[in-house]
Design a protein around this ligand. Structure first.
Ligand SMILES: NC(=O)c1ccc[n+]([C@@H]2O[C@H](COP(=O)([O-])OP(=O)(O)OC[C@H]3O[C@@H](n4cnc5c(N)ncnc54)[C@H](OP(=O)(O)O)[C@@H]3O)[C@@H](O)[C@H]2O)c1
Length: 329
């Protein structure tokens, strides 16, 4: 029994429409799973502004959105088949928050399944479509390389590392690469910490810095790769429009360590930076296994993406943070 149904879910009354039949016929449509998230919302706005038709795949299709919303239920492998019939590109961003809750066995399964089974469900749906999308673009993480490579800069040629998130990325990317079997392009953007005040890690970090309590973590020497949200969104459109294929490190060229990241953040927020580093054992007690993410870290090289002609608008951390905070005032 295929878990694919034609329109079990309704669409929102305010869904995006275009009454001009010629423009509508020529317009490319992008279906984004997890479009309601931090990256998805900004990407949707940029794509819509560029003239693409945008629709979302969401667990809550009756949500208020300016984009057409289709429903899916990854746990039960159910998807509104109509979502896929007109998609020229599919961008898979859906995934349960990696740092939202403590990593129990149950939480780990939710983190992995929402990404891997999500890609598999999309594959099943697209396999049954007569007209296939041109490409499947998927988020991945630089956690692919594992943690603890502070002195080495990982490239796409490197093998995966060890640890929970690395294993998730390996399965997630394998599920994404399968779309090549359907004659489609497949891109995996290995993403580091995405800098934005709209969500992700930065607003959480800012909470302490705002009270002049910001501090480096652990040794402070661990590598911290990052990208400005606007650059990541530009990279998704660059990958689509330039038909990139395979894995790419979506990281800004400016490599910083945890200590210099923290001091640059304090400076960008006009806050004092005098607190001693937070010892590793406290973070281990508080975060458990997840503490590896902040205590070990990793660096990745953007060379492959730069070689495709992509230009970062925010290549340096100082300028990226300055841009972000200038918009928050
Ligand atoms: N933000 C970062 O710093 C960062 C770094 C590395 C990688 N990434 C990856 O990039 C992707 C997008 O990131 P983001 O920051 O935009 O994430 P986000 O804001 O947390 O949004 C992800 C979306 O996924 C959907 N979702 C959540 N739990 C789900 C579940 N259990 N099953 C199916 N769908 C679920 C939600 O959409 P609905 O509620 O509409 O279903 C949510 O809006 C994620 O896969 C993330 O791992 C992000």
């Amino acid at each position: 029994m295929w878990g694919i149904q034609s329109s079990i879910y309704g669409t929102t009354p305010r869904a995006q429409t275009d009454k001009n039949p010629i423009r509508k016929a020529m317009r490319k449509t992008v279906l984004i799973s997890g479009g309601s998230g931090m990256i998805g919302q900004r990407l949707s706005a940029v794509l819509a502004q560029k003239g693409y038709g945008v629709s979302w795949l969401t667990r809550n299709p009756s949500r208020a959105s300016q984009y057409k919303c289709y429903g899916w239920d990854v746990e039960n492998m159910q998807i509104d088949g109509e979502a896929l019939t007109n998609a020229d590109y599919v961008i898979h961003l859906a995934g349960a928050g990696v740092t939202a809750k403590r990593w129990t066995a149950r939480r780990k399964k939710i983190i992995a399944d929402s990404r891997v089974k999500g890609a598999q469900l999309l594959y099943q749906g697209i396999e049954r479509c007569n007209r296939k999308p041109k490409a499947f673009l998927s988020a991945s993480g630089i956690s692919y390389y594992g943690t603890g490579h502070a002195t080495r800069v990982c490239t796409e040629e490197d093998p995966p590392g060890t640890g929970f998130l690395s294993a998730v990325c390996v399965e997630w990317e394998a599920a994404a690469r399968r779309f090549e079997n359907l004659g489609m392009g497949s891109v995996q953007l290995r993403t580091p910490v995405v800098l934005s005040l709209d969500g992700g890690a930065l607003p959480k970090m800012c909470a302490l810095f705002k009270r002049n309590l910001g501090a480096a973590l652990g040794s402070g020497k661990q590598g911290l790769s990052w990208i400005h949200l606007d650059d990541l969104v530009a990279l998704y459109t660059h990958a689509m429009e330039n038909e990139l294929n395979g894995p790419y490190n979506a990281v800004a060229p400016d490599r910083v360590q945890n200590q210099s990241f923290s001091s640059t953040l304090a400076k960008a927020m006009h806050k004092a930076f005098f607190m001693p580093r937070i010892p590793a054992f406290i973070l281990r007690l508080y975060l458990g296994e997840m503490s590896d993410l902040v205590l070990k870290g990793q660096w990745a090289s953007p060379k492959k993406v730069l070689d495709t002609g992509f230009a970062f608008a925010h290549p340096s951390l100082e300028l990226a943070l300055r841009d972000i905070f200038s918009k928050s005032i």
